[in-house]
Design a protein around this ligand. Structure first.
Ligand code: TYD
Ligand code: MG
Length: 454
């Protein structure tokens, strides 16, 4: 095989540079650029150009499918995040911090699929067979027919999987341990990870087996992160959770076969991950309804409504530049809400420290949370608690107008289900359900909200 040309590749985002740099210009991370031999199957290896094209078949769009296109893992929250079960022949990447629970989740999924009559192969490159068996025992998955393989070389994995008796699902734990004879760099580098993942994706398409790839999110850039292979797979899920909180969220960021922004919610226990069917109950569980600065946001995560508590603390600042600290929301978005409160409502927060926290370690990305954030801020500043049975949603524009958001009906229905009696929402909200038990208060502008709260 011809010697591959060396180049410098960022281990975080995969950007290739001609020379070594301390900081990657594309993603801004420091010390992530490593010298690697380029090629190795990505974008054409050296043997590509020499080969003549082979005639392949042209097929009609319509046609028979032998099996159900999706298989259920027996874990409804995982099926939901995948868009209603795992699609045969698809490649799914599950990323997350080390220790967050990826191996646990996938062992439970493997057991569920196996109980459903599917053939599952769990390839562990990180743990020895004995360790994987121990986990399976702890999760009560050891009575299933899941097959184990402790292997890291991708050619050996594919040879072992064979051609004749293909499995329904192959789990690779993790992509950072994969290495291929075709790439010359060290295991864990971008070239190795991409070559290994590409081989597994090709196997999935050719065999019809679904492949789940585990990828550790890396902070120090020593090994390649899951971002460098996101474009190669059909679906990308991230497993998230805050240290100190016992629940975990599986979030869909890309899905060729289903909706994105979908979430699956789990609770950690001694016996593994437990599904949380009603996340709102969990997120509102520890709410103190009498203290000022707490507002309930009726949010949407994918197709599912989720109620979360937003906590604000506004205190007089002793600093020249007051402090702004946000957990679970967007810092620039908070700055915008503060600016609109100041410019259009006369609420002066320039001399105050502002702390904002989404309870339970949940992360919100919806602009619809603006109104709930504003209500929590004004409530904390005025020292008056908001009504305990009220939810808020609506987007705030720079002009101070409160803009309608999608899915009002679903948000209200969820609030009603959890016993809330009132909702503050944008005027002209479409699709409001008739005959509801939640009384609605429409606000047209932010000053209307401030007048209601303070
Ligand atoms: P693990 O699945 O090994 O994390 P990852 O594969 O993402 O690195 O889980 C990490 C640790 O947490 C492990 O020691 C088991 C423990 N754990 C539980 O005890 N209960 C749970 O529900 C989960 C998810 C993990
Ligand atoms: Mg693991």
């Amino acid at each position: 095989m011809a010697k591959l040309k060396a180049s410098f590749i960022c281990q975080n985002c995969g950007t290739v540079t001609a020379r070594w740099q301390g900081r990657c210009e594309a993603c801004g991370e420091w010390n992530t650029i490593v010298e690697e031999s380029a090629g190795g199957g990505i974008g054409g290896g050296p043997q590509r150009g020499a080969r003549r094209g082979r005639v392949t078949a042209l097929l009609p769009l319509s046609g028979e499918m032998e099996e159900a296109p999706r298989i259920s893992t027996g874990i409804a929250e995982l099926d939901r995040a995948c868009g209603g079960g795992i699609v045969r022949g698809s490649a799914i990447l599950i990323g997350g911090d080390p220790g967050i629970g990826k191996s646990t989740l996938l062992m439970q999924a493997a057991a569920g699929l196996s109980r459903g009559g599917n053939r599952v192969v769990y390839v562990s490159g990180e743990e020895a067979v004995a360790q994987v068996r121990l986990r399976a025992q702890r999760l009560k998955a050891d009575d299933t027919d899941v097959m184990l393989m402790a292997e890291t070389n991708v050619e050996d994995i594919l040879a072992t999987l064979g051609d004749d008796k293909r499995p329904d699902l192959v789990i690779i734990d993790s992509i950072q341990t994969l290495w291929s004879d075709l790439a010359e760099s060290a295991p864990g580098t971008v070239t190795q990870v991409r070559t290994g993942v590409q081989a597994m994706v090709k196997y999935a398409k050719a065999s019809g087996a679904a492949v789940i790839l585990v990828g550790h999110v890396t902070k120090d850039g020593q090994i390649a992160g899951p971002r460098v292979v996101e474009h190669m797979v059909d679906a990308v899920l991230y497993f998230e959770g805050e240290g100190g909180h016992h629940f975990r969220i599986l979030r869909t960021v890309k899905n060729r076969f289903g909706p994105t922004d979908e979430i699956g919610v789990f609770e950690m226990s001694d016996l593994g991950l437990r599904e949380v069917q009603n996340p709102s109950e969990l997120f509102l569980g520890e709410r103190n309804t009498k203290s000022p600065g707490s507002a309930v946001f009726a949010g949407m995560e994918g197709t599912r409504p989720v109620l979360v508590e937003i906590q604000a603390l506004v205190v007089a600042s002793a600093l020249g530049t007051p402090r702004r600290a946000v957990v679970g929301w967007d810092q620039p978005r908070l700055a915008m809400v503060l600016a609109v409160l100041e410019a259009h409502c006369g609420v002066r927060l320039g001399q105050h420290d502002v702390y904002l926290n989404v309870a339970g370690g949940f992360r919100i990305s919806e602009p619809a949370a603006d109104l709930a954030v504003a209500a929590a801020l004004v409530s904390s500043l005025s020292g008056l608690a908001l009504p305990a049975d009220c939810v808020y949603f609506g987007e705030i524009s720079l002009s101070g107008a409160v803009r309608p958001v999608a899915h009002s009906a679903q948000r209200l229905k969820e609030a009603e289900k959890l016993g809330f009696g009132q909702a503050v929402l944008p005027s002209l909200s479409a699709d409001l359900p008739k005959g509801r038990d939640v009384s609605t208060h429409e606000v047209e502008t932010l000053p209307h909200l401030v007048a209601r709260v303070a």
